[in-house]
Design a protein around this ligand. Structure first.
Ligand code: NDP
Length: 451
């Protein structure tokens, strides 16, 4: 039995019913085969057995009261996965589908993503199975306060620094930070993505993941003598990552023609109207059907109108695709449709948006494929800048952060590309990203001894 297979079986026994986690581990381990064969020290030091097991898992009850006096209880998580390279770092997500398996998959991905940035960042992830949809401001605040009342004792600027993710934006970060300050009395960089009005502000954090994803795509295409300008792009999602990827695609002269949310998708062949999208999703928190009511040219397809084997959005012809909503949102059948329609590149803004079958189809078709753990690292990059700004009590300008982001994304691309070449798999950025990230963490783990 292969080492990879053995590890997955062991995980299934020790951590049952965590499907997304096994999927993420399998994808990484498959691409590490070549390193494990040629670098025996990693097996001698049991790096695989150690890296798949979080250093610490914190699970807690989050009780809160709604506006009608009814008590609810949610489950909160913080998985501190790996601290070989720095304090645990990674987002918090509030979504009804959150469970230990989802948080562990995201925390595991975060190890390699953070390592690949070259920055001093460990990896963690957290959140709660709380659905913020339809909740009042007061309910959201009470939930965040209850969540942080449990979590505050585990975090700190040198130990664990969470950030936002799905369902956790600037508003929630504000409430979480406020609740940290109350019992500790400390105003310090204990969470990133902080509001623009405060002393510890974070310029360009909101834009960073979407912008970074497009900078990555720009590097990837430029390497092949191609560019973004004039190309139609499929974009999924209508949240933080998708909106700012759309903004940056326009800046490069590309035309994003789709977006989606949990209700359905929009196809606007003239290009998505960014200001309308921002107003609908960031201000009104409306569903996307509303967009189609405003523009006769736009078409809305509700989720129940999607094909059985995938997502209607990926069936629309375009040259570039940016999955920016959620995990496993691009299936094997979707990938086949993209390839048949002449899509030349898929660059992932979301975490693990392509199923393993989709990744296989894209790679077999030689589609340029930028995996999430490399292409969506822009958020964590600027978070690290925010941490260092907080430590020195200084703030950079938007332009400085954006320039820094562009350079970091170019570095991430180059590291993944060069590692793929070194391991005899040119253009395989999945392998390049996994191997480069792994070797940095694994070597640090060996140097720090058996801990
Ligand atoms: P948001 O909550 O801001 O947006 C998520 C978007 O995806 C929303 O439009 C949401 O719809 C849609 N969505 C969420 N779940 C589903 C689902 N199950 N089916 C269909 N649509 C869905 O999150 P972000 O933009 O921050 O994150 C998007 C992805 O990027 C996630 O995979 C996240 O882990 C990843 N990521 C985010 C980073 C960041 O900096 N924010 C950093 C790195 C990765 P609706 O509007 O209806 O809720």
């Amino acid at each position: 039995m292969s080492y990879v297979h053995e590890t997955i079986l062991q995980l299934e026994r020790s951590s049952p019913a965590q499907t997304e986690f096994y999927q993420a581990v399998e994808e990484v381990l498959e691409s590490l085969r070549v390193v494990l064969e040629t670098h025996k020290k990693y097996r001698e030091h049991a790096i695989i057995e150690r890296i798949v097991e979080p250093e610490r898992q914190i699970m807690f009850r989050v009780p809160w009261m709604d506006d009608h006096g009814k008590i609810h209880v949610n489950k909160g998580y913080r998985i501190e996965f790996n601290s070989a390279l720095g304090p645990y770092k990674g987002g918090l997500l509030f979504h009804p589908n959150v469970d230990a398996g989802v948080i562990k998959f995201l925390g595991f991905e975060q190890i390699f993503k953070n390592a690949l940035t070259g920055l001093p960042l460990g990896a963690g992830k957290g959140g709660a199975n709380f659905n913020p949809k339809g909740r009042s401001e007061a309910e959201i605040m009470r939930f965040c306060q209850s969540f942080k009342k449990q979590l505050y004792r585990h975090v700190g600027p040198q130990t664990d620094v969470p950030a936002g993710d799905i369902g956790v934006g600037a508003r929630e970060i504000g409430y979480l930070f406020g609740q940290y300050k109350r019992p500790t009395g400390r105003y310090e960089g204990v969470i990133t993505g902080k509001g623009l009005l405060w002393g510890a502000r974070s310029l360009a954090r909101k834009e960073a993941t979407g912008y970074g994803c497009v900078y990555f795509a720009h590097q990837m295409l430029a390497d092949k003598g191609l560019d973004l300008a004039g190309r139609d792009c499929l974009e999924s999602g209508a949240g933080n990552v998708a909106i700012y990827a759309i903004e940056k695609l326009y800046a490069f002269g590309a035309r994003p023609i789709t977006c989606s949310d949990s209700t359905g998708m929009i196809h606007d062949p003239r290009g998505i109207d960014l200001e309308t999208l921002k107003r609908l999703k960031e201000v009104q928190k409306a569903g996307l059907e509303e967009y189609a009511r405003l523009y006769a040219e736009a078409r809305f397809v509700p989720i129940d109108g999607y094909p059985d084997d995938g997502h209607a959005l990926w069936r629309i012809p375009a040259e570039l695709a940016f999955p920016c909503a959620t995990q496993n949102e691009l299936t094997g059948a979707d990938a086949e449709a993209l390839v048949d329609n002449g899509c030349i590149a898929v660059v992932e803004g979301a975490n693990m948006p392509s199923t393993p079958e989709a990744a296989d189809v894209l790679q077999a078709a030689k589609t340029f494929y930028g995996p999430g753990k490399a292409a969506n690292a822009g958020g964590v990059d600027t978070s690290q800048l925010e941490m260092s700004q907080n430590a020195s009590m200084q703030c950079g300008t938007f332009e400085q952060v954006d320039t820094w982001l562009k350079a970091i994304m170019a570095g991430i691309y180059a590291r993944a590309r060069d590692t793929a070449i070194e391991f005899d798999a040119p253009d395989n950025l999945v392998l390049g990203a996994n191997v480069a990230g792994f070797m940095r963490v694994a070597d640090a783990m060996i140097e720090q001894g058996l801990v």
